[in-house]
Design a protein around this ligand. Sequence first.
Ligand SMILES: *[C@@H]1O[C@H](CO)[C@@H](O)[C@H](O)[C@H]1NC(C)=O
Ligand SMILES: *[C@@H]1O[C@H](CO)[C@@H](O)[C@H](O)[C@H]1NC(C)=O
Ligand SMILES: *[C@@H]1O[C@H](CO)[C@@H](O)[C@H](O)[C@H]1NC(C)=O
Ligand SMILES: *[C@@H]1O[C@H](CO)[C@@H](O)[C@H](O)[C@H]1NC(C)=O
Ligand SMILES: *[C@@H]1O[C@H](CO)[C@@H](O)[C@H](O)[C@H]1NC(C)=O
Ligand SMILES: *[C@@H]1O[C@H](CO)[C@@H](O)[C@H](O)[C@H]1NC(C)=O
Length: 308
Amino acid sequence: MNYSSNFFFLCLTISTHVVSCIPIGRIRQSSVLVENKLYFFGSDNDGHKTDNIYLEVIPSSLDINQPKWTDLTQNAQTPSRSPFASACLGGANRDIIFLLGHLDPNNSVTNYTIVYALNTTSQIWSNIHVNGSLPLSRQQFQAVGEFKAATSVVVNDIFIFVSLNLNWIKGPALNASPARVDFSATLLNIGLILYLGSTNASDNSNYNIHAIPAYNTNTNDWMYMPIVSDFIPASRNGHSAVLSPDGFVIVYGGNGINTCVFEALVVLDTNVSPYKWYNKSIIGTNIPSRLVYHTASMIGSHMILVLW
Ligand SMILES: *[C@@H]1O[C@H](CO)[C@@H](O)[C@H](O)[C@H]1NC(C)=O
Ligand SMILES: *[C@@H]1O[C@H](CO)[C@@H](O)[C@H](O)[C@H]1NC(C)=O
Ligand SMILES: *[C@@H]1O[C@H](CO)[C@@H](O)[C@H](O)[C@H]1NC(C)=O
Ligand SMILES: *[C@@H]1O[C@H](CO)[C@@H](O)[C@H](O)[C@H]1NC(C)=O
Ligand SMILES: *[C@@H]1O[C@H](CO)[C@@H](O)[C@H](O)[C@H]1NC(C)=O
Ligand SMILES: *[C@@H]1O[C@H](CO)[C@@H](O)[C@H](O)[C@H]1NC(C)=O
């Protein structure tokens, strides 16, 4: 594996007390990359933020000590407080951010998943009406993909949001992954969505990550990806996962049982069959702490972690 040689690790750990232009702190936000802008929505900390910010992320010019934030709140305030929501990119031109959540504009909990759309060109939000098989209200789930968003929740259902005609389709239940919360969902280039980690609601343990449930977006069915590996990472929830351009799922951080996971950086090789896990050491400067409930994005060959 020639992986670590081209691997850069950036971390934006920002003290809100140092520089006044830095956005107010948050956790459990969602984020979406649109061209070179990383948009952030929602927060679960004090006051449930409704600000709408983005970070310029051009790896060659990104200064992690003074990241360039832009606050769009004045012209495009997020329509609802949206902690625990999930966001993804869609639309015919891939310029619409869909924010899927469980709060209406008055911050009342809805009984079905509510969809807001941000036109990133006009910076105008709209509360859109989606037809089809409405997913029940949910939080701590994941939407992935560009034209498709698959969501899976404490119940183990999966829904496909077709952003081109604003329609919900209920996905298959047969062989579905166990019910999940605070997991990661990673879309591979071949169209599989891999589900990693979760709290086990039955006994407050975490699901192990020995065999990985996968939803196949091509065939609309569930399968398990076997793993043969000497090293198996500690089970976790509240971690992040991104796909590297060369087919590795990079998993960072998360909660173990009553503590942050010890092996903070682990990597799944999806180029081999069966898949294989690797334990990576973290080298360099700016080494992040063991994060939970952060966001991670793959930008070029950089994984960018954001937390406050
Ligand atoms: C929000 O509250 C206002 C004032 O009570 C009400 O007029 C409006 O219909 C509510 N909107 C929604 C989406 O429930
Ligand atoms: C949500 O509640 C409304 C009003 O009670 C009801 O008409 C609607 O069928 C419910 N939707 C779902 C998905 O349960
Ligand atoms: C987004 O906004 C731009 C600029 O106002 C507009 O031209 C475009 O049609 C909008 N996109 C959608 C899908 O509404
Ligand atoms: C959604 O359903 C409503 C009511 O059946 C219909 O009027 C509307 O045209 C549909 N929208 C789309 C985008 O299909
Ligand atoms: C969750 O915990 C229960 C009780 O210990 C166990 O029976 C079940 O297999 C666990 N689920 C998974 C997916 O690990
Ligand atoms: C994983 O790597 C970390 C950092 O190098 C190391 O401390 C830890 O012991 C490794 N775990 C295993 C199971 O090899």
